[in-house]
Unconditional design. Sequence first.
Length: 301
Amino acid sequence: MPHFLDIHSTDPADLRTIIDSAAAMKTARDGRPRGTPDDDRPLAGRMVALIFEKPSTRTRISFDVGVRQMGGETMVLSGTDMQLGHGETIADTARVISRYVDAIMIRTFEEATLLEMAEFADVPVINGLTNRSHPCQIMADVMTYEEHRGPIRGAKVVWSGDGNNVFASFAHAAQAFDFDLTFTGPETLDPEPALDGLYRTVRDPMQAVEGADLVVTDTWVSMHDPQSARERRHNQLRGYQVNAELMARAKPDALFMHCLPAHRDDEATSEVMDGPHSVIFDEAENRLHAQKAILRHCLGV
Ligand code: CP
Ligand code: NVA
């Protein structure tokens, strides 16, 4: 079953096809009103379930719009509305949902939930973020980089901040797309050991971003982190803020990305977010195009 569970569980050749197909679909829609369907409607007659156990703006809207542009229909479900939150097993839920829909996108907490859903579903399952990874985001990020700067292969990418789920997908992508990834952040918030070998660590942020083609950050407190950790994390991460001084150490034409939502003037200053290096809104838009290509890949259409 061609699920899309993670960057590293997808064949690199398929990842490349997905990026190229996303770019082609974006070009084909150039200048069209968002609400109009594509000329080609490969999802006609198909139903996609979008399940959210955590909040979402971009993932929810971009998947919903993307499916509709391709002629399909969606059903947006929150975990708490379903029996999922009331004791029915993930395995039974997956088997039941598979009798109604053609594909499932799920945003959840534990990776185990995603994997169990994929194991027992008879239809493709797509990872819309777990505590451990966010592969759809990084497909959009690779697409965005290449749209602005050409092939990402060999580029120097620097992540400043928390070694979180979005970083994990960047690390998987560094291997799949063959770019160079540096992590800069406090030791206490290092990426999980499973990612060792996919990136290098430079503790001093000023030194880390030297010569970077792309600087990336994310929120200092993720949805799965306890709010009680907020102050401690802010204290640990303050020195890793992406600001004009830090960006000045990167290449003059370096790009800045953030998956959003951002806490302006915490992990990145508004000056950088709204400045000449920033491509954050192209990045958000490209979620739509990248996910349409992921759906086509999973459904073989
Ligand atoms: N970047 C991202 O996944 O945003 P949402 O949480 O709004 O979906
Ligand atoms: N790291 C963030 C990403 C949100 C899109 C989180 O998991 O909350």
